[in-house]
Design a protein around this ligand. Structure first.
Ligand code: RIB
Ligand code: CA
Length: 318
């Protein structure tokens, strides 16, 4: 097997973030060097505590966690969507406290230190609002330029919105940040609603994990059960969109999705369209590409990877 890819995960755990982080920890293709946290699904205090507790659950207290931004760059009225992930961000699932606090360096400095210390280029996986990533680009564009790639969960090309008809939550929460990130020149893979809504995880996909009975299984399945209720109430389906896990899976296996290099920009002035990713699929604007946008996905292969890897990790912790 080739050398594992060094990654930092910027995240707002969050139920689908939690499964995505476990997937990353379970995958030998990735070397998770740090987690940085951002406000989004719930406030920064919760997302940071959740990240620490999740790593402790998985036996990875060695991975540093640093807190970043609690609120967006400009807009102050973005609201966490407590109905999706619960007020605590984990759907009421309480994990054991971690035996450590967050790294005092803060998200941007930890990101800088990891990138500068890494012999191989680091891939940044962004699973929440892009406030921390925008802060890195502003503070240290030289370090941002050293990133191998930014794989972000967010936006949509044809499937536009889950927070408004035009906007996906991560982009909607901080559109000014997202606009700066897509214009920064960092190679981007955008894993948006076009593919996360194609790759829904059905209840039966969790059978192996449910049978495993391990401590990670109990925790993540408790979260999935809460998340399923949200999908039943909001969308009338029993399956769940594991948005963030698909972004991590794309970092593991880029061949899981078909992408198109196109110009992407972010609307942050519009009333009805604030937070919309404007994806020029047909090149009508004549502007150069700013992202590789995922449009198709091998849903079966993704769900097999997700559920088998988490099951394997759980087995290894016994
Ligand atoms: O729209 C889905 C995204 O918003 C995911 O990252 C989910 O965790 C929420 O943050
Ligand atoms: Ca997220």
């Amino acid at each position: 097997m080739s050398t594992p890819t060094p990654v930092v995960i910027d995240t707002d755990p969050g139920i689908d973030d939690a499964l995505a982080i476990v997937l990353a920890l379970a995958s030998p293709e990735l070397d998770v060097r740090a987690l940085t946290t951002v406000g989004g699904n719930t406030g920064l205090a919760n997302t940071t505590e959740n990240a620490l507790r999740l790593l402790h659950l998985c036996g990875r207290d060695d991975i540093p966690v640093a807190a970043g931004a609690d609120v967006p760059l400009v807009r102050r009225d973005s609201r966490a969507d407590a109905s999706t992930h619960g007020a605590d961000g984990f759907g009421g699932v309480v994990l054991d406290p971690a035996p450590r606090a967050a790294d005092p360096r803060g998200a941007v400095q930890l990101l800088v230190d990891v990138v500068e210390a890494s012999a191989a280029p680091v891939t940044l996986i962004a699973l929440g609002p892009l406030t921390n990533v925008a802060a890195l680009v502003a503070a240290r564009p030289d370090v941002a330029a050293r990133l191998e790639r930014l794989v972000l969960m967010g936006g949509g090309a044809r499937v536009l919105g889950n927070m408004t008809p035009a906007a996906e939550f991560n982009i909607w929460f901080d559109p000014e940040a997202a606009a700066r990130v897509v214009a920064a020149g960092v190679p981007i893979t955008m894993v948006g609603l076009d593919v996360t809504h194609q790759a829904l995880t059905a209840p039966g996909d969790w059978a192996g994990l449910r049978a495993s009975g391990g401590r990670v299984a109990r925790a993540v399945l408790g979260m999935v059960d809460y998340y399923t209720e949200y999908h039943r109430a909001r969308l009338g389906i029993d399956s769940t969109a594991q948005h963030d896990s698909l972004a991590v899976a794309v970092a593991i296996r880029p061949d899981l999705v078909a992408t198109r290099a196109v110009h992407v920009d972010v609307e942050y002035v519009g009333t009805l369209t604030r937070g919309m990713t404007v994806v020029d699929l047909d090149g009508v604007g004549g502007l150069p590409p700013t992202a590789d946008v995922a449009l198709e996905v091998d849903a079966a292969a993704f769900n097999a990877l997700l559920t088998s890897r988490i099951t394997e990790l759980d087995g290894s912790l016994r």
